[in-house]
Design a protein around this ligand. Structure first.
Ligand code: SF4
Length: 533
């Protein structure tokens, strides 16, 4: 064994994107004593890599200990990789920690494959595991809560170099005061512990110095404490208005001041709505008032913020109909994206404990996805999955948020019915649903809209909508860095801005078509447009 032991801290990420940042590994490395920390490598892998490939790569270095961060999505790969490593080198100390170990220790205890399992917070327990001998029987260590005031920062300590990653995950707090029945976080903590603002200010300075462009804020209740949230947002607006931040927020807690401060940043907000049905939400311990919620979302809209929602189908009390209503409610709030998930019965959650009472059964897979039950049959789940795929393609990937509601209102169709009709249209036109992921939504959106306006005997309304879509596509391309774009419009852009206020039918009545090519361009960071004569 090397002295100090040579260690690898391994993260198997979902995929290689700006979210693939090994924060847990960096935090663990930072918390180790200096010598141990120096002799510790952070190793990144991805779900698409086979365990044999991961094990082969790790075996290239003579490690004394290898620790894995385990989540629900990588638990199987962690086990299989550990098996291969242990077989090749029985003297290697293998450790697993992370949320899945805390929630499902039995899965990792099988066959005494791991020498150590660390439940709960790992920073103070890891040193003991690394410095030990291989164990005959798996030893389970219960990681104590860390002291948030004194815990070493993964960034300021130099444990991780942000230059090697496209984005940074930034943890501001641990714990959550809410009690959502589907969430593991609700069980273990119950209260929030925050890192000191002085530490966060230093970390932010470092991000600016290093030229970090994308930061994902990890804080389940970012806007829970108004005073703290205001102070933090003011700091970001002052110091880093150029960095793109993604926040998870509770919409019910949004205030005018928060919305205004978010508006000073380059920010995206993700909101866990889950369902718009108050009865379903009550079973999740999340009181929900649809009208009040809408008012809060208006505050975000008024500040031109980019926001998206998460929805879950298959929740207790949920039916296919209530899921469609949730989808309709959500889509009329015009989010930039909607992420829809089938309920995953996470081990250790209240829903898992009460599964029998609620009649929820999972499929036995690692994701523990809910399967059919009375009120939400297998066929219903399939239909919900289908709608999810269509919404993802047409709405989110198709960047339809600006005009989708206007189109549905003019067609007098609910958003969910519109999407279902899109699915039927794809079939009738021989599109293979398997190919959707590789297709560009824009031409299909236009063809389908043309079909819809003709089918609903409202052909004359398609002309202004088409110009509206082309206009926004042009603006998007300019925002994404194109210097100039020429668009052929049937209405001048200034009048098109009226369209979502007065609706398509009124617009078509009051504004006659004036076909013209327009040039959209940027000058000194401002966007301009002019007719081409
Ligand atoms: S879902 Fe979010 S708000 Fe609810 S308990 Fe989990 S972390 Fe907290």
């Amino acid at each position: 064994m090397n002295n100090p032991p040579k260690t690898a801290l391994v993260t198997i990420h979902v995929e290689a994107n700006s979210l693939a940042f090994p924060l847990a590994a960096a935090q663990l490395k930072a918390a180790l004593p200096k010598g141990l920390s120096k002799n510790t490598d952070i190793k990144d892998f991805y779900l698409a890599q086979k365990p044999s490939v991961i094990a082969e790569e790790l075996a290239k270095t003579e490690y004394d200990a290898i620790g894995f961060s385990s989540y629900i999505w990588n638990a199987r790969q962690v086990r299989e990789t550990a098996e291969l490593l242990k077989k090749a080198n029985p003297k290697l100390i293998i450790i697993a920690g992370g949320p899945h170990v805390s929630a499902m220790p039995d899965f990792f205890l099988k066959d005494d494959l791991f020498d150590f399992l660390i439940k709960n917070e790992g920073e103070y327990a890891l040193e003991k595991a690394i410095g030990s001998e291989p164990q005959e029987k798996t030893v389970v260590l219960d990681g104590p809560r860390v002291n948030m005031e004194t815990l070493a920062s993964p960034f300021l300590s130099g444990a991780i170099n942000t230059d090697n990653y496209d984005g940074v995950l930034w943890e501001l707090s641990r714990g959550c005061p809410y009690n959502c029945a589907f969430c593991y976080e609700a069980r273990n903590h119950g209260f929030v512990r925050r890192f000191p603002m002085s530490r966060l200010a230093e970390e932010l300075k470092l991000f600016i110095k290093k030229g970090v462009r994308e930061v994902w804020i990890l804080d389940s209740t970012f806007n829970h404490d108004e005073k703290w949230c205001t102070a933090f947002l003011e700091m970001l607006a002052e110091e880093a208005p150029h960095i793109h931040f993604t926040f998870e927020i509770r919409a019910e807690r949004v205030t005018e001041q928060q919305a205004r401060l978010f508006g000073k940043l380059v920010a995206s907000l993700q909101i866990g709505l889950q369902s718009s049905n108050p009865e379903v939400m009550a079973r999740l311990n999340r009181p929900f008032k649809p009208q009040n919620y809408k008012k809060k979302i208006r505050l975000l809209e008024q500040n031109y913020l980019v926001y998206g929602f998460d929805l879950i189908y298959g929740l207790p009390g949920d039916t296919l109909e209530s899921f469609k209503e949730s989808l309709d409610y959500t889509l009329t709030l015009s989010p930039s994206n909607i992420d829809i998930f089938r309920l995953s019965l996470l081990p250790g959650t209240e829903l898992d404990d009460r599964a029998e009472e609620f009649g929820i059964v999972h499929d036995g897979s690692y994701e523990r996805l809910v399967v059919g039950r009375p009120g939400f049959t297998d066929e219903d789940l399939e239909e919900a999955e289908d709608l999810t795929e269509l919404c993802d393609f047409f709405y989110t990937k198709g960047l339809a948020s600006i005009w989708f509601k206007t189109a549905c209102d003019a067609l007098e169709l609910t958003p969910s019915f519109f999407l279902e009709r899109f699915g039927i249209w794809l079939e009738q036109n021989d599109f293979d649903r398997e190919d959707l992921a590789d297709l560009d939504p824009a031409p299909l959106q236009k063809e389908f809209l043309e079909f819809c306006f003709s089918w609903r005997n409202k052909k004359e309304l398609y002309l202004p909508l088409e110009s509206y879509i082309l206009w926004h596509e042009g603006l998007n391309m300019i925002m994404e860095g194109e210097e100039e774009r020429i668009v052929e419009l049937n209405y001048d852009p200034d009048s098109l801005t009226q369209l979502d206020v007065i609706g398509l039918a009124n617009f078509a009545t009051y504004f006659p078509p004036t076909p013209q090519n327009w040039r959209i361009f940027t000058e000194e960071n401002n966007v301009y447009w002019e007719p081409i004569v």
